[in-house]
Design a protein around this ligand. Structure first.
Ligand SMILES: *[C@@H]1O[C@H](CO)[C@@H](O)[C@H](O)[C@H]1NC(C)=O
Ligand SMILES: *[C@@H]1O[C@H](CO)[C@@H](O)[C@H](O)[C@H]1NC(C)=O
Ligand SMILES: *[C@@H]1O[C@H](CO)[C@@H](O)[C@H](O)[C@H]1NC(C)=O
Ligand SMILES: *[C@@H]1O[C@H](CO)[C@@H](O)[C@H](O)[C@H]1NC(C)=O
Ligand SMILES: *[C@@H]1O[C@H](CO)[C@@H](O)[C@H](O)[C@H]1NC(C)=O
Ligand SMILES: *[C@@H]1O[C@H](CO)[C@@H](O)[C@H](O)[C@H]1NC(C)=O
Length: 230
């Protein structure tokens, strides 16, 4: 290996490490919202050991196949964290179990749970109500000051048929308690899925690429001519 390729490889390696660590840290920050770790005899703890997850701070992480995302948050236990508001659960949108009980939370917007399509067990202080309303859950119960919202109901037609609430050429997909979104079916894209065909990457990007190459050539040629005439 020449020293140059060696250097290039090292630079690429360090860039990769930097990129990986920064993403990794940003994603797991929520797991260290407060002290302590997930305990065995809690809702999240039981879920984590039964699903062969790994505990990290207040999270249960699950290893996935893909090398791009080495793990996702499947459980989040922020109980007894002295939180008085929850602004964002974006990084835990893959969670199946979320425990926010024993916190002095005054209110919590339904939008916080938008995107949490996998959420199946949600524990809240009993002064609150289940996001999306009771109708968005199979069972709603209160015990020992904890509100348990269990079994998220899909807003979509269970059979996965084209939903009446979604425009033509799109399918309804669950998007968290009380939420749904409309995904264009294969072969359609754009506003209200009205455009037929794949997104035209080639048509959109090749003129750009062509223009860039042409401009570079022109610049190069003029520079060369200047250099020659000097
Ligand atoms: C968390 O732990 C650190 C170090 O153990 C301590 O200094 C800090 O006061 C703790 N914070 C809370 C909110 O308990
Ligand atoms: C992991 O990869 C195997 C084989 O490639 C595949 O069968 C399996 O469904 C994947 N599991 C997940 C969780 O993606
Ligand atoms: C909450 O945390 C405090 C210490 O921070 C502890 O004394 C108390 O027992 C905890 N309560 C529950 C219900 O876990
Ligand atoms: C919580 O309640 C306060 C006061 O009633 C209100 O100003 C605030 O917008 C509410 N926050 C959310 C997230 O609903
Ligand atoms: C939702 O269900 C809980 C538990 O059964 C009940 O206490 C609460 O009043 C219900 N909320 C509404 C808006 O019906
Ligand atoms: C689902 O959609 C199909 C076709 O649009 C309809 O016949 C059926 O009644 C729907 N089922 C429910 C549970 O909404």
């Amino acid at each position: 290996m020449t020293p140059v390729t060696m250097q290039t490889k090292l630079v690429i390696f360090f860039l990769n490490v930097l990129f990986y660590t920064s993403c990794h840290l940003a994603e797991l920050q929520i797991c260290h919202t407060c002290n302590g770790t997930v305990l065995d005899q809690t809702e999240v703890g039981r879920f984590c050991s039964s699903s062969a997850g790994r505990v990290e701070g207040r999270c249960c992480l699950q290893q996935l196949n893909s090398t791009q995302t080495p793990h996702v948050i499947t459980g989040l236990d922020l109980s007894n964290c002295s939180l008085n508001q929850i602004a964002d659960l974006q990084d835990a949108s893959t969670a199946v179990v979320i425990d926010l009980s024993s916190n002095p939370i005054v209110n919590i917007s339904d939008a916080v749970f938008q995107g949490c399509a996998a959420l199946n067990d949600l524990l809240l202080p009993s002064s609150l109500s289940c996001p999306g309303g009771n109708a968005s859950w199979e069972t709603v119960s209160i015990s020992e000051g904890i509100l348990l919202c269990r079994g998220q109901r899909s807003m979509c037609n269970e059979t996965g048929h084209l939903s009446l609430s979604c425009p033509e050429n799109s399918l309804c997909a669950p998007d968290g308690p009380g939420f749904f979104r409309c995904d264009c079916v294969h072969g359609y894209h754009g506003y209200k899925c009205l455009r037929e065909g794949e997104f035209p990457f080639i048509q959109v990007f090749s003129p750009l690429a062509g223009a860039t190459v042409l401009l570079s050539l022109v610049l190069w040629a003029t520079e060369r001519r200047k250099a020659k005439s000097n």
